[in-house]
Design a protein around this ligand. Structure first.
Ligand code: IMP
Length: 197
């Protein structure tokens, strides 16, 4: 059994990842690990932010851990909001304000291609071995809807329609979202790596 701390306070991400975990992994969210901090995301890339989060938790715990950082990259907006996705409309990290800003910037444009990109940073080593850093990436391509659709999920889910579906992520169950999702693709690679160790 691999025990790993997951460096996040986002309960939606914890639930999505736990729904993908087999019996052979014990994923401990920050709250359960007794860690109550808001880790900053100050960098200009998903990889650097993910690294900062994982390193922060590793320094606190000296235990195997991983973090993830996700961005919504919209072609028409030259890759924005990207690494700034959480704070696109301001420091309040307000999902609705972020969505409103995206829809406002896209207006009636027919050019709505977008992707979610997740980068996972794993700090990992067997007992008594030096820990090393590994990265895994997952991309989900799709497009931005003209209006919000659905009530499920979180963040930009109500306006993101993955390629291969007519539904937004917010109209899907977690299991359905996992078929397409950026996070599922990155997490699958993470678990494959861990199983190979
Ligand atoms: P972070 O990875 O927590 O920094 O998330 C960046 C932003 O993207 C936040 O506003 C999240 O709500 C949003 N986000 C991350 N993952 C998803 C997702 O799977 N669906 C919709 N929005 C997401």
């Amino acid at each position: 059994m691999h025990t790993l701390i997951f460096a996040t306070n986002n309960q939606h991400k914890v639930a999505e990842i736990q729904s993908l975990v087999g019996q052979d992994f014990n994923i401990i969210p920050l709250k359960e690990a007794g860690i109550d901090i808001d880790i900053p995301e100050p960098h200009d890339s998903l990889q650097e932010n993910a690294t900062e989060k994982a390193n922060t938790i590793f320094q606190l715990t000296q235990q195997n851990c991983f973090s993830e950082d996700t961005g919504l990259e919209i072609d028409f907006l030259k890759g924005a909001p990207g690494v700034k996705s959480a704070r696109y409309a301001g420091e309040g990290r307000d999902f609705q304000a972020n969505i409103d800003k995206v829809l406002m910037h896209l207006g009636n444009s027919e050019s709505r291609a977008a992707q979610f990109r997740t980068v996972i940073c794993l700090v990992w080593g067997k007992e008594n071995e030096t820990k090393q850093t590994y990265y895994f990436e997952g991309i989900c391509k799709g497009h931005i809807a003209f209006a919000m659709q659905g009530e499920k999920g979180f963040g930009y889910d109500p306006i993101f329609i993955p390629d291969g579906s007519t539904k937004s992520f917010a109209q899907m169950s977690m299991e359905e979202k996992n078929v397409y999702s950026h996070r599922q693709k990155a997490v699958t690679q993470l678990f494959e790596f861990l199983r190979s160790q």
